[in-house]
Each structure stands twice: as structure tokens, then as C-alpha cells.
Design a protein around this ligand. Structure first.
Ligand code: ADP
Ligand code: MG
Length: 460
């Protein structure tokens, strides 16, 4: 149930806060656990910095929408940092020295306002700042060719590939390039979702004619994420006619999709064949070198230079897509700038949450095994660990046990709390955070814990 809710939440958050916020911050955290009894949701951040950032800016967003998705009105949220606690307590969050937001956005908005015919083109997405690698070179070349000679060579151009790999970027680049050459060109960038909504409204308000005219008058139509037209028969029907008019008049059409036309379910055959009429190209995940090149280019854009070593670390750490790669980079810059720390490899590791998920799901490790080793080391009995006695040393041993139980298993905080007879399982989070923090600067405890982990793992 939870993964579905989390996904829905991210979709809503994207609408509300924008995809940059989602990619940079919200995707850095995960929904650790939902406790329906206390109506509490536990959200795990890779470090205290991200935790603070999210807590101070997006708490309401979580509260409102997760609450709604979970059908509770007074949802309680507990944010906690799951791994290293590198930021010293004394580090205060201070205003950034330089803005983290991309420069040029102001211009973009100004230009958008003055030239409504450019639709919603984002001037930050251009060919110049698109890094070409073996994963995207064909799509890049095709997009460039289309921009130089629209309507002639590849019409339509259909770019497909996974999410966050640069399809929308290339699409805007085509629009920007054509606009640069001809300020009067009628260009429209539209997401397919919006197209469907516009169509529905046109029906509702009897504006079909105006709707169709608007599209038929275009010189360039950029229709993003066309897979969303699947199973929408009427929309497909109308679009089919728009397509024919534009294509006959040699007006350029560009589609993107996360699927190859044939893989899009519920697509009318005649429309499908038209999507494939021109050129179909794909974008794959970038390889390491390309990822590093992208990181360097994006850094330069932010007015920063990053070491090869750091770029490589990030590139290896983020495997999913370019959007997430960028999100990680922005997070690292934000961290370095706000805490006034130099951008070092260690800092990058801290920000990206150097957690090793190796222990998760290891079902050979159980609570009994962990507590018995902790008890042996500190000379306590399990009953003492479970007691309400809060003598300093006993408490500490108990916290070590909690820390290891959380770290080495993927059992819930509640289960850990229940095993140790704690009434309130938020003590488990506090214990975990406290030990994680001490481990940071206390080499002796670090090696004690390492030895404990090895013993626990080593036992048959
Ligand atoms: P998609 O539409 O495929 O989901 P986007 O075009 O939105 O992906 O790209 C996600 C982010 O990654 C954007 O900020 C984009 O600028 C960036 N990006 C993707 N590929 C590249 C690339 N090859 N060079 C530079 N930036 C890229
Ligand atoms: Mg896109």
C-alpha cells in the first residue's frame, strides 16, 4: 500500500511544488513507516541537512497530501535522519551566499510574457547545454536536423526513452532553435496531459472549433509524453485530424514518449502508424563518462567547479537518470553553500547519504541475536535491557541495541520498540540518531560497533 501512496504523493507534489523540488529534495527522502494506530508517518532523510530542509519548507505539503491519501485528518509526521550525522550541532543554517536557483529564469519568464507564441518554451533547455553521449547521440542529431530544417527531413520526429533522460530538454531545444531563427514562428510546446484537458474543456464549453484552429495554425507542435493519449479514443480521433492537417502542410511535429509507439496500449492503429511515419529515435541511460560530463556542465552553469573525484562519486552513486543526477548535484551545492563548507568528497558522501543497504532484508539477523551480543559485551541480561531502569550505562547499551536493530534489519521502529518493551517507539529513533552521531566522532565506539556487527553477522 505504501509505495503506491508515496508515488501518488510525489505526483501531487510535482504539480504543487514543481519537479525540481521533487527531484532535488523530496526524492531524497523515503517513507520509512506508517503507523495507523497513532496516525504517524516516519520519513527518513539521508542526513540531518536534508531532514531540516524538508521539515522547514515542505512539512505542510506532506501533512496535507499524505493526510488526504491516508484518509487521516491529524496526520503526525516524524522526520529523522537515517545515516551519518556529519553536521555538527553548532552548524547553523545561514542564508546562501549565492542563489541556488538557476540564473536566466527571470529572462525566461520575461520572454515568455512577451512572446506568447513561443508557448511554454524553457530557454534553459537548448542544444548548447545538452551533453551528447553514445546514449543520446542519434536523438540529438535528429533533433538538431529537425531544428535546422523543420518539416522536411523527419516528420514527425518521435523521441522515446525512460524518464529523466532528456527528452523534454531536446524538445525545447528544437523549439528554441526554431524561434531564434524566426521570431514569428507559431510554436507550441504542450504536454499530452494538457492537450487532453484542453480537449475535454473544448467539448464542455463548446469551443471545439477554436481548439482545432489553434492547433492547425501552428508551424511547430511539440507534444510531450504522448503515451498519455492511450485509451483516450476521442482525443486520439481529434488529434489524428490535427496531425494530418499539420503534416500535409509540412509543419513539423515532434513527440516524446516513454514507450515505443508499438508499446503504447490503446492506441488507434492509424494514429500509431503516423507516429512512426517519420523517424523514431531513442535515448538510453548515460554511461559513466557522459554522466561525469553532464555533472561538469551543470556545475559550470551554477558557477561552480567540481573535482573529477567528486563528479565520479556522484556519477557512480546515481544510476537512475539525469534528472536525479542533477538533483543530487544541486543538493550538494546547497549543502556546501548553506553550511559554508568546502565541497569535498566527504561532503558529497554525507549529502547523498552514504548508507549501505547491505543489511536490509537479511533475515538471518534477528533481534534476539543482536541483543544477546550487546548484552554479552556490556554484561547485562535481556531482562535488564527490557526494564525501565534508566541508569546511564544500561541506557547506553539499550541504545546501542536499538541502533543495531534498526541498522541491521528492516524491521519497523514499532517492532524494535516492542521487543525492548518500550512504550513509545520514537525512543528508537532518538537512540538511533544519538548513536549515529556519536559514532561520527568517536573512533572507539565506531570500532566497538563494527566488532559487534561482525560478531552478529558471523554467527551461524
Ligand atoms: P525527460 O523528459 O526524458 O523525462 P528531461 O528532458 O526533463 O527528461 O531531463 C531531465 C533533466 O536532465 C533536465 O534538467 C535536463 O536538462 C537534464 N538532462 C537530461 N539529459 C541531459 C543531457 N544529455 N545533457 C544535459 N542535461 C540533460
Ligand atoms: Mg519529459
Amino acid at each position: 500500500m505504501l509505495p503506491g501512496i508515496w508515488k501518488d504523493f510525489l505526483t501531487i507534489a510535482k504539480e504543487e511544488a514543481g519537479s525540481r523540488v521533487v527531484e532535488t529534495w523530496l526524492k531524497a527522502v523515503s517513507l520509512y513507516r506508517w503507523d495507523p494506530e497513532t496516525e504517524t508517518i516516519y520519513i527518513e532523510a539521508p542526513n540531518a541537512f536534508v531532514k531540516e530542509w524538508i521539515q522547514s519548507r515542505y512539512k505542510d505539503l506532506f501533512q496535507v497530501h499524505l493526510g488526504r491519501l491516508l484518509h487521516v485528518s491529524g496526520l503526525k509526521l516524524i522526520f529523522f535522519a537515517g545515516s551519518e550525522q556529519k553536521i555538527a550541532e553548532s552548524t547553523h543554517i545561514i542564508p546562501a551566499r549565492k542563489p541556488i536557483a538557476a540564473p536566466g529564469i527571470k529572462n525566461a519568464l520575461a520572454r515568455r510574457a512577451h512572446n506568447p507564441s513561443t508557448g511554454y518554451l524553457n530557454p534553459l533547455y537548448c542544444f548548447d547545454n545538452f551533453v551528447v553521449g553514445s546514449n543520446n547521440s542519434l536523438s540529438y542529431a535528429a533533433a538538431l536536423a529537425v531544428a535546422q530544417d523543420p518539416g522536411k527531413l523527419y516528420n514527425p520526429l518521435f523521441i522515446y526513452g525512460g524518464s529523466g533522460l532528456g527528452k523534454t530538454h531536446l524538445m525545447h531545444a528544437i523549439g528554441n532553435e526554431i524561434y531564434k531563427k524566426n521570431n514569428n514562428a507559431q510554436i507550441l510546446y504542450q504536454t499530452t496531459d494538457c492537450f487532453v484537458n484542453e480537449f475535454i474543456n473544448a467539448i464542455r464549453f463548446n469551443k471545439m472549433h477554436a481548439f482545432q484552429q489553434r492547433y492547425r495554425a501552428l508551424d511547430l507542435l511539440l507534444l510531450d509524453d504522448v503515451q498519455f493519449i492511450s485509451n483516450k479514443e476521442q482525443t486520439q480521433e481529434v488529434f489524428f485530424h490535427i496531425f494530418n492537417v499539420l503534416h500535409d502542410a509540412q509543419k513539423q511535429i515532434v513527440f516524446t514518449s516513454d514507450l515505443f509507439p508499438r508499446q503504447i496500449q490503446g492506441l488507434a492503429e492509424r494514429l500509431r502508424s503516423r507516429l512512426e511515419w517519420g523517424l523514431v529515435t531513442d535515448i538510453q541511460k548515460p554511461q559513466l563518462e557522459t554522466k561525469i560530463a553532464i555533472l561538469k556542465k551543470k556545475s559550470a552553469f551554477h558557477g561552480e567547479i567540481i573535482d573529477d573525484e567528486i563528479a565520479e562519486y556522484i556519477a557512480r552513486h546515481v544510476d537512475s537518470n539525469v534528472r536525479e543526477l542533477e538533483g543530487s548535484l544541486v543538493r550538494i551545492f546547497a549543502f556546501s553553500s548553506l553550511t559554508r563548507q568546502a565541497l569535498t568528497l566527504d561532503l558529497a558522501k554525507t549529502v547523498l547519504g552514504n548508507t549501505s543497504p547491505v543489511y536490509k532484508n537479511n533475515d538471518k539477523i534477528d533481534f534476539g541475536k543482536i541483543t544477546s551480543h550487546v548484552c554479552k559485551l556490556y554484561s547485562y541480561s535481556l531482562a535488564e535491557l527490557r526494564s525501565s531502569n534508566r541508569a546511564k550505562e544500561l541506557s547506553f547499551a539499550r541504545q546501542i541495541a536499538m541502533y543495531l536493530m534498526k541498522k541491521m534489519t528492516d524491521r519497523s521502529l514499532r517492532e524494535i520498540g516492542a521487543f525492548l518493551r518500550r512504550k513509545d517507539h520514537s525512543t528508537v529513533i532518538h537512540a538511533y540518531e544519538r548513536v549515529a552521531k556519536i559514532v561520527q566522532h568517536d573512533a572507539e565506539l565506531r570500532s566497538t560497533i563494527k566488532a559487534l556487527e561482525e560478531e552478529i553477522l558471523g554467527q551461524p
